[in-house]
Design a protein around this ligand. Structure first.
Ligand SMILES: Cc1ncc(COP(=O)(O)O)c(C=O)c1O
Ligand SMILES: N[C@@H](CCCC[NH3+])C(=O)O
Length: 431
């Protein structure tokens, strides 16, 4: 298992942010999401520095769907970043955390009328409008609130990024955004210009998630800048802002070859600079929306091994006290993870096992066939890189309570989300 961020092995035990994982298990129980706060903050800083946010133009908006809690909103606010939300629930979280609403981008391919109203009422900085239906509703609601609402238009740029089908979003056959045809965009821009309560500030695209190459970003930037140029040539209207979305890939297992944060941001800045110079255009204010690459490697899920079933010559199952309810990604995307026996990281006595979850589904396998030190019931198993789309996609399937989340840094641990109780699981039920 690759040691990521502030992980270390001390006395054959895994520590994260100088905190022993055995101590975390004793104090908070398992399953437990452990987040490396220093790594999150360092990733935020690296994005902001390398995207030249300090020059007062470009912005990094953290994609909250990857992992959003009140505390996470606070980190993002302290890093002077923007926040991308995709539902009223995420918006509500930001509002409760007193995140500055002018720095919020509100996404979604089917924002309900209630969600739109909530966004307008809270004073969301930018709505990323996905379709005609939304822009009409938004204009009406903004009128009622006497607001001129800033918007970006989301465009599906027609890019096939090499990633899992379910997490591709930039291709033409996508539920997200407007098709990138000049006629479609000119029509919507004419409509937007006629709408008294809409201010069209920019274009947006997002090509998918867990993308390792930089080429799709270069292509997306050029396609979007070409659209901006065509719009100006045909209407005289200058789009001054461009949001190129997120999706920057990260390391999960051997064979994953992501670029560094700086490589992604530098390629984007250079592509935009070059294109604008060659085409005599003003350089737009740029935004990117990383989610996974800010929190993914910072998260580790700690489980306790329970029952062990050895089927000779076939497979040895080690079941843990969590599963698809706290990490749906292996079942949903066949996502691969690395793991370790946290209380016995290195041993001469190794064997190949399959880590199974406790949910009542044969498909609830967290890690298929991995060589680990021989495991006894009661050992702690740490699965790395669970910081993105783990907690945020968790469920109460089988009425499993959602695990607690702790932030660790420099020898300190801080509970930022309590473990759900059984009472909380049934709190909305009526007899
Ligand atoms: C519009 C938008 N922005 C940003 C992201 C964040 O993507 P990632 O977590 O892969 O960086 C997503 C998710 O894919 C998205 O749909
Ligand atoms: N939830 C996905 C990514 C989707 C990103 C949102 N558009 C994952 O776990 O990889």
């Amino acid at each position: 298992m690759k040691l990521l961020g502030n992980m270390k092995v001390e006395n054959n035990e895994l520590t994260i942010g100088k905190v022993k994982t055995t101590e975390l298990a004793d104090r908070f129980g398992t399953p437990l999401y452990i987040m490396d706060e220093a790594l999150i903050r360092s990733n935020c800083r690296r994005y902001c520095d390398s995207f030249r946010c300090n020059e007062g133009r470009n912005r990094v908006a953290y994609a909250g769907k990857a992992f959003l809690t009140l505390y996470m909103c606070r980190i993002i606010e302290e890093c002077s970043m923007y926040l991308d939300v995709v539902s009223a629930g995420e918006l509500f979280t930001a509002h409760k955390a007193e995140f500055p609403m002018n720095r919020v981008l509100f996404h979604g391919n089917n924002k309900t009328l209630d969600e739109i109203e909530m966004g307008v009422k809270y004073g969301v900085g930018t709505f990323v409008v996905d379709n005609f239906y939304e822009i009409e509703n938004l204009n009406e609601i903004a009128k009622r609130y006497n607001v001129k609402q800033r918007i970006y238009l989301r465009v599906a740029p027609g890019i096939e990024a090499h990633t899992h089908d379910y997490i591709k979003t930039g291709q033409i056959d996508s539920k997200f955004g407007f098709t990138p045809e000049k006629e479609v965009l000119l029509d919507i821009i004419n409509k937007a210009e006629d709408m008294s309560n809409i201010e069209l500030a920019g274009l947006h695209c997002h090509i998918g998630s867990q993308i390792f190459d930089t080429e799709p970003y270069m292509d997306a930037a050029k396609i979007m800048l070409t659209l901006i140029k065509k719009i100006k040539d045909h209407t005289g209207y200058e789009i001054k802002e461009l949001d190129l979305g997120g999706g920057f890939g990260i390391y999960y297992t051997e064979g994953d070859t992501p670029k560094s944060i700086e490589e992604y941001t530098t390629v984007i800045l250079k592509t935009v600079d070059d294109f604008c110079r060659e085409n005599d255009m003003n350089i737009p204010v740029l935004t990117i929306e990383p989610g996974r690459s800010i929190v993914g490697n910072a998260g580790t899920t700690l489980y306790t091994a329970g029952s062990i079933k050895d089927i000779p010559n076939i497979r040895k199952y080690v079941s843990v006290d969590g599963g698809m309810s706290d990490n749906i990604r292996p079942s949903l995307y066949k996502a691969k993870y690395e793991c370790a026996v946290a209380n016995n990281v290195i041993s001469d006595d190794n064997e190949v096992v399959t880590l199974a979850g406790k949910c009542c589904e044969s498909g609830d396998i967290l890690v298929d066939s991995i060589e680990l030190p021989s495991i006894k019931s009661g050992d702690l198993i740490a699965i790395t890189t669970t910081g993105a789309y783990g907690y945020s996609m968790s469920s109460n399937y089988n009425k499993n309570p959602r695990p607690a989340v702790v932030m660790v840094e420099n020898g300190q641990s801080k509970l930022i989300c309590r473990r759900e109780t059984y009472e909380e699981i049934i709190q909305n039920e009526i007899m």
